[in-house]
Design a protein around this ligand. Structure first.
Ligand SMILES: *[C@@H]1O[C@H](CO)[C@@H](O)[C@H](O)[C@H]1NC(C)=O
Ligand SMILES: *[C@@H]1O[C@H](CO)[C@@H](O)[C@H](O)[C@H]1NC(C)=O
Length: 387
């Protein structure tokens, strides 16, 4: 998405920060994104339509707007997904169709655990985004920059340049090795070259990124802790609502309003089953949140100590980072779910299992999710399988 904005900005003669939008979209999908761009007339936008088609982008519904969009001004997302080549994971004889329908009905009725999806952490990479966020929270500036520039085990120009940097801290030499298209890394290295690979120099280097990117890394750390917390909560208390749990009494928990009112469940309320598990929230770390007051609260304290954050205020003034935190529901349901099973020709020709006639089973599934829920996480629950 950042790349798309970059291309549009160049074509329109504006800068990327003239664009506003309400959320980020997945990289590996055909996605639709509402955007507002300032200083550009609808006619100008219509005129570049043909050109940007070459970049595999289209512009729709072009019109004047009175206001910018803000991150979080989003009700939810609609997903249309096809899963091909379905097979039983284990060698059991259960009817595949029945298994699929059962799994879908299960998620429809019971919902799914509202984990942050693996995309948020840069899964599959050596350094995950949450590790960079933790270093930032601990004001370990040089470490955070080195984590950011850690190479993958690949022998290509970008990773060779990064490897050279970690070995030498020679920002200038790294710049000469790093391809032009790595705009972000280059901006960072220019800054390191100018200010030095010191704690102060690395603070300057982080300012070569927009504020939203610095915050993104810290949020990644908070998201990782939240994922671990919800696993602990469910393993410890299951789907009972217990004393010391936090519940949110509003129907819609909005993560973008840190002042959401939460309530600590009392012993009497636990006994009377006053609340349902779907009302239970867990805090996403920040300076204005309240913790549960049961074993989960203790877990948060232990985890912060483990990560060296027992005194963290979730503010890093040097980087203008102030993270209030918020609350996130532990269970979510897909809305408007519909699906269809289809026989398709096996494209790979690698048919295994029950179908030997050159066809495989595909599932076409559509649903709506509230903002900041992950379709990958909902699907993982259906498929009992990581991607
Ligand atoms: C799966 O089951 C079939 C038929 O019962 C058997 O021939 C095959 O060896 C089994 N495969 C595995 C991986 O267990
Ligand atoms: C369900 O679909 C309808 C029609 O497309 C839509 O208006 C509504 O917002 C959807 N519900 C949710 C919760 O997304």
């Amino acid at each position: 998405m950042f790349e798309a904005v970059g291309v549009l900005a160049i074509k329109l003669g504006v800068i990327p920060s003239d664009f506003s939008y309400a959320g980020l979209k997945d990289k590996k999908a055909i996605t639709y994104q509402s955007m507002v761009v300032r200083k550009v007339t609808p006619e100008r936008l219509k005129n570049i339509g043909k050109e940007i088609e070459k970049k595999r982008m289209n512009l729709f519904n072009i019109r004047s707007a009175d206001d910018f969009l803000r991150l979080g001004q989003l009700k939810g997302n609609h997903f249309d997904i096809v899963i091909r080549n379905l097979r039983n994971q284990k060698n059991d004889s259960a009817n595949l169709r029945e298994r699929i329908l059962e799994a879908i009905e299960n998620v429809k009725n019971k919902g799914f655990v509202n984990y942050y999806g693996p995309q948020r952490f840069g899964m599959g990479r050596k350094v995950h985004t949450d590790q960079i966020g933790l270093a930032l929270l601990k004001s370990e500036m040089v470490k955070s920059v080195k984590l950011f520039l850690t190479p993958e085990d690949l022998d290509d120009p970008v990773n060779r340049a990064k490897k050279y940097f970690l070995q030498t801290e020679d920002a200038r030499g790294t710049l000469s090795l790093l391809p032009e298209f790595r705009v972000r890394e280059r901006a960072l290295l220019e800054s390191l070259h100018r200010f030095g690979v010191t704690e102060d120099g690395c603070v300057q280097a982080w300012f070569s990124f927009p504020h939203s990117m610095r915050v993104f890394y810290v949020h990644a750390y908070s998201s990782r802790v939240w994922n671990e917390a919800v696993s602990y909560r469910l393993a410890t208390y299951g789907s009972r609502v217990v004393e010391g749990d936090l519940v949110c009494l509003d129907e819609d928990v909005d993560e973008n309003f840190p002042n959401t009112k939460v309530h600590l469940v009392t012993k009497e309320e636990e006994a009377a089953n006053t609340y349902a598990i779907r009302q239970v929230v867990l805090p996403v770390l920040g300076y204005s949140i309240q913790y549960p007051e049961n074993r989960v609260g203790q877990w948060f304290q232990d985890t912060l100590r483990r990560d060296g954050l027992q005194t963290c205020r979730f503010r890093v003034p040097a980087l203008k980072l102030n993270v209030p935190g918020c609350y996130r529901q532990i269970l979510k349901h897909p809305h408007n779910l519909s699906y269809q099973l289809m026989e398709e020709q096996d494209i790979d020709g690698k048919t295994e299992g029950p179908h030997t006639d050159g066809t495989t089973l595909s599932l076409s599934i559509s649903f709506d999710l509230d903002a900041s829920c992950y379709a990958t996480v909902c699907l993982r629950e259906v498929m009992k399988h990581d991607f």
